[in-house]
Structure formats: C-alpha cells, structure tokens
Ligand binder design. Structure first.
Ligand SMILES: [Mg+2]
Length: 207
C-alpha cells in the first residue's frame, strides 16, 4: 500500500518551461553572453533548461561566477504573477496518503511559486533543496522514509527529471513515475510513465 507520494514541482505541477523559462530566456542569455558565456555553454543550456534547474546546470557546465550572477539575477527577479498550475494538479486532493513536495532551486523563488500557484495546502510538507546537486533528492527521500518508517514499496515519486528525482527514486527502490508533459523529454526506464496526473490514482491503487 502506498503511504507517501512525493511530487516534483517544475514541469510536473506547472508548465515552468512555457510559463517562466521561455519568456525570460532571450533577455537572460543576452546578458549572460555579455558576461562571458561561451557558445558551447549556451547551446547546452538551451538544450537542458527545459527540465533542469539553472543552479544545477550552472554547476555542471562550469559557468563563470559573473555569468552565474547575471543568470541568477534574471531568474530571481522574474515576474511570476501569471503562473498557473496544470489543470489536473487539483487531482492531488483525491489521492490517498501523505503528500510531500520536494523541489530544487532558490528557496525564495520556489516558495513564491508554491504560493502563487495556490497549491501549498495540497501538501503536508514543502521541502526546498538548494544544494544545486540533482543527487541530493535521493538523500532527502531516504531521510523521509527513515523519519516515517516507510519501505520503498510504500512510497511513490512523481517527477519529470531523469537526472534528479527519478534516478533518486530508482536507486532507493521507490516506485518511480515519470510525467511527460512536453514533447522530446528524455524517457528513462521507470516503473510508470504518464502524460498527466489523472493516471496516477489507478497506478497507486495497484500497490
Ligand atoms: Mg521538474
């Protein structure tokens, strides 16, 4: 039986890529180029920004501190007032068990997103991981299981990112559900793949 469902936020519960990333990218990249971002770094950023947070990418691509500062500023001060959750996000309220949101990024920005989206009450707990290491989610999941005395088979992780929450879940033997909101997302070998949250209730009932 599933007792805990852990959700990712960006590109899982709202369309971060189309609502936030795309509109700020042009201006942000222009300023980052001026601060010394190389064409190779820009290419990699454009390819991976759809599903990986800026802090994590900055670290992986070895962006120089000036470029990171310019990028972080653009990100930290972007206007987010228009963001809306995916229509199916409200289905979380119908799911059994405890729900926890685990999201990576700048704590102030992630907390503001949760409030603007109006989804805070969907969760027993909201955890922001600001470590800039995608692997850190695994450590958080492990800690949550220990705290709540849960076995991996009693926990589900729902997210989009193969390099972060999904690999973490898989390494721990947690039930992994990849949500494919956008075309061209890299698909991995997870327990389940879904297009939207309507499919989740049926999956959970099977355990
Ligand atoms: Mg995500």
């Amino acid at each position: 039986m599933i007792k805990l469902i852990i959700f990712d936020l960006d590109n899982t519960l709202f369309d971060t890529y189309n609502q936030l990333s795309k509109p700020v990218l042009g201006d942000m990249f222009q300023r980052m180029r001026a601060a010394g971002m190389t064409p190779e770094q820009e290419k990699a950023l454009r390819e991976r920004y759809a599903y990986t947070g800026f802090k994590i990418l900055a670290d992986q691509l070895g962006l120089n501190p000036d470029v990171v500062m310019v990028g972080m500023e653009a990100y930290e001060f972007m206007d987010m007032r228009h963001i809306k959750p995916y229509d199916d996000a409200k289905l979380l309220l119908e799911l059994p068990g405890e729900k926890i949101l685990v999201t990576s990024g700048i704590p102030k920005v992630q907390q503001e997103k949760v409030d603007l989206l109006g989804i805070r009450d969907y969760f027993e707990e909201v955890i922001i991981d600001d470590s800039s290491s995608p692997k850190n989610k695994e450590i958080i999941f492990e800690r949550l299981m220990k705290e709540k005395s849960l076995k991996p088979g009693e926990v589900v992780v729902v997210g989009d990112n193969p390099d972060s929450e999904l690999i973490g879940a898989k390494n721990l033997g947690i039930v992994s559900v990849q949500i494919l909101r956008h075309e061209g997302m890299r698909e991995g070998n997870y327990d389940h793949k879904i297009k939207g949250l309507a499919e989740l209730k049926g999956i959970i009932a099977r355990y």
